[in-house]
Design a protein. Structure first.
Length: 363
């Protein structure tokens, strides 16, 4: 038992220091929200849009006044539904006819340009552009580079696009730049030999002749694809003139997105094993859209010999792919307006569905 002296020697317990209370933290400053410019881009093959009374193919009757009125009225309604800020069109014989359809649509402040068809196209229809953006510059590219010419069997040298490519430099009202290519590649229709009057020079009922004529079409489309690839690389390459500005390609490719000729232009399959290929690749808008399509099996824009295909397409450069570190925008969704393909085959309608993509650009 401790003595009284020992108890007195035991030091008293000291009070425990209290832990300081955490100082209130100031609220996090609000992060600035990204401001977006939302726009719609679209592609539309108009099926031989020409003025009434104007002969566009020797084997087709010109439009009469009533048929022309019906065609421009139908196109006007479609343009109003699309409400695209940038619309690339194909198969225009007369720029005036396109202007008439746009005027009937009720859309305002749109520029309509179809180089080569201002006074009527000769030989083949042209591609054009309808846009509410400022057009800073416009070029119609007809000739291949000298090294890109090919020999088409039984026809001769091929050194130019059958339907010249349209390139546009656009500027949005908020200052964003957008490069646009409008294209229409050679169709799958067999390229039979014929004279200057259009009369056949070979037996079109011979399957072997048809196979060779189809080969000529394929070779022509491939040559156009290779020449178009050079244009795409010139725009998107590190030494190109786009300087990180997005490129949108709109058009009738006359083949599927994964066909050899289309991939010659886009070259995005190489991205899987070559990171350096991303800079000069193009990306199918439907495949990079951040809002996936509800029914991909409904995405067709043309029915060729009973087979539905998505020939009309929207392609974008890396700057509009959301997962890219160089992205300045993205593709939200893609839609195809193709109900009319099941309605009838009158030529006042188009035989193609129209494709539209919703695009966002950072402001």
């Amino acid at each position: 038992m401790p003595t009284e002296a020992a108890a007195e020697a035991t030091p008293p317990l000291l009070p425990q220091p209290q832990r300081p209370q955490a100082l209130p933290q100031p609220p996090h400053p609000p992060q600035p929200q990204t401001q977006w410019l939302t726009l719609q881009v679209a592609s539309a093959n108009l099926l031989n849009l020409a003025l009434p009374g104007r002969t566009f193919y020797v084997n087709q009757e010109p439009y009469g006044e009533a048929e022309y009125e019906r065609k421009t009225a139908w196109l006007a309604a479609m343009f109003e539904r699309l409400e695209a800020d940038v619309l690339g069109v194909q198969e225009v014989w007369d720029e005036a006819a396109l202007k008439a359809a746009v005027a009937r649509s009720g859309l305002r402040r749109f520029s309509v340009r179809v180089p080569g068809a201002e006074n009527g196209a000769a030989g083949t229809p042209r591609v054009g552009l309808v846009t509410r953006f400022e057009i800073e510059r416009l070029e119609s590219l007809a000739d291949f580079a000298p090294a890109e010419a090919v020999a088409l069997p039984e026809v001769g040298p091929l050194a130019r696009f059958e339907r010249p490519v349209l390139r546009a430099w656009l500027r949005s009202p908020w200052g964003q730049a957008l490069h646009v290519l409008v294209v229409h590649l050679k169709s799958k229709r067999p390229k039979y030999l014929q004279d200057e009057a259009g009369s056949p020079l070979e037996d079109r009922d011979d399957p072997a002749v048809t196979a060779r004529a189809t080969m000529r079409s394929l070779l022509q489309r491939a040559a156009e694809a290779a020449a178009l690839r050079r244009i795409v690389v010139q725009i998107t390459g590190r030494d190109g003139d786009h300087q990180g500005e997005p490129l949108v390609l709109l058009g009738d490719m006359n083949d599927s997105a994964h066909a050899v000729t289309t991939q010659m232009i886009a070259a995005n399959q190489a991205v899987a094993y070559d990171r350096g290929a991303r800079d000069v690749a193009l990306y199918h808008a439907l495949e990079v859209a951040t809002e996936p399509a509800l029914r991909r099996d409904l995405f067709y824009s043309h029915v060729h010999q009973g087979w539905p295909e998505l020939l009309d397409q929207v392609w974008v450069s890396e700057e509009l792919v959301a997962t890219s570190k160089f992205a300045v925008g993205d593709i939200r969704r893609v839609e195809v307006f193709n109900d009319h393909l099941q309605e009838s085959r009158e030529r006042w309608r188009s035989d193609h569905g129209f494709v539209r993509a919703l695009v966002r650009l950072r402001r």
